[in-house]
Ligand binder design. Structure first.
Ligand code: COA
Length: 236
């Protein structure tokens, strides 16, 4: 039996990996759009037998590992390969003294949920995903926020990663007017705006909702903001 090797991916791995990362899900796959970016970021791990059979990318920040893009060639599944890739990413995280490891899994991806469970991951949060169409609106009661409470809202979404809002991030979010707030009848809702790094003209929004009325104001603002800033898609 050929031994499994876990190593860093390099540019020549792209073609053999993309061969089995095209129809992963009913809607296809996104690996081809992120491959170059992940390779340049580093920590793109690859499992190899005779040929590459799997990948996973890790993003190390603050006190956490964000594990993403686990893909195993369908002919090599159930051989513990994904588990070994994840453990490899975790060992590097431990060497960096990080305390947490997260991954984002679709609630309907039962195989991946079983894998995460078998690796002792627990469900931490459940997110809802919405999309919104850009549209010209006016009269929304929304302002830019400059005193955001990180104790209440500690993380935000950046290109599908759930990342901690550290001092530096908060500073740039303020500077770039990327935190918005709507306050209606004493109830505040907030949103953090980001451009997708991988998909053109896509606005990615983290929404912290505390009342329907204030969220409606934010949605109206987002639609208009997207028209004015040339976004074609809004993902919340
Ligand atoms: C999910 C995926 C990465 C798992 O890869 P894998 O190498 O087959 O997983 P492993 O062999 O390490 O499995 C570890 C454990 O997960 C669970 N598991 C894996 N596949 C399973 C399946 N088809 N049914 C039930 N449980 C499963 C089992 O508990 C397994 O341990 P066991 O074999 O000792 O029972 C792989 O199926 C895949 O590439 N799927 C498509 C892409 C995807 O969904 N990626 C994850 C996105 S979050």
């Amino acid at each position: 039996m050929v031994k499994l090797l876990i190593r860093d991916a390099n540019s020549s791995d792209k073609i053999p990996i993309l061969k089995f990362c095209k129809n992963t899900f009913s809607w296809g796959d996104y690996i081809e759009h992120v491959w170059n970016f992940w390779l340049s970021e580093g920590s793109l791990f690859l499992a190899q037998k005779q040929n590459p059979v799997g990948i996973c990318h890790a993003f190390y920040s603050n006190d956490q590992i964000w594990i993403e893009g686990i893909r195993i060639n369908p002919n090599f599944r159930r051989q513990n390969i994904a588990s070994k890739l994840v453990k490899h990413a975790e060992i590097i995280g431990k060497e960096k003294n990080l305390s947490f490891s997260f991954m984002l899994i679709d609630t309907e991806n039962s195989v991946s949920l079983s894998m995460a469970k078998s690796l002792n991951y627990k469900i931490f949060e459940t997110w809802n995903f919405y999309s919104l169409t850009p549209k010209t609106n006016s009269n929304f009661k929304v302002g830019f926020e400059k005193s955001f409470n990180r104790e209440l809202y500690s993380h935000y979404v950046n290109s599908w990663r759930w990342l901690p809002i550290d001092d530096q991030t908060l500073e740039s979010l303020y500077l770039e007017n990327r935190i918005i707030k709507s306050s209606i009848s004493g109830q505040n809702s907030f949103a953090i705006l980001n451009s997708s790094k991988h998909f053109e003209k896509t606005l990615i929004v983290t929404l912290f909702s505390n009342s329907n009325d204030s969220v409606l104001e934010i949605l109206s603002f987002l639609q208009n903001y997207s028209i004015e800033n040339n976004y074609e898609r809004i993902q919340i």
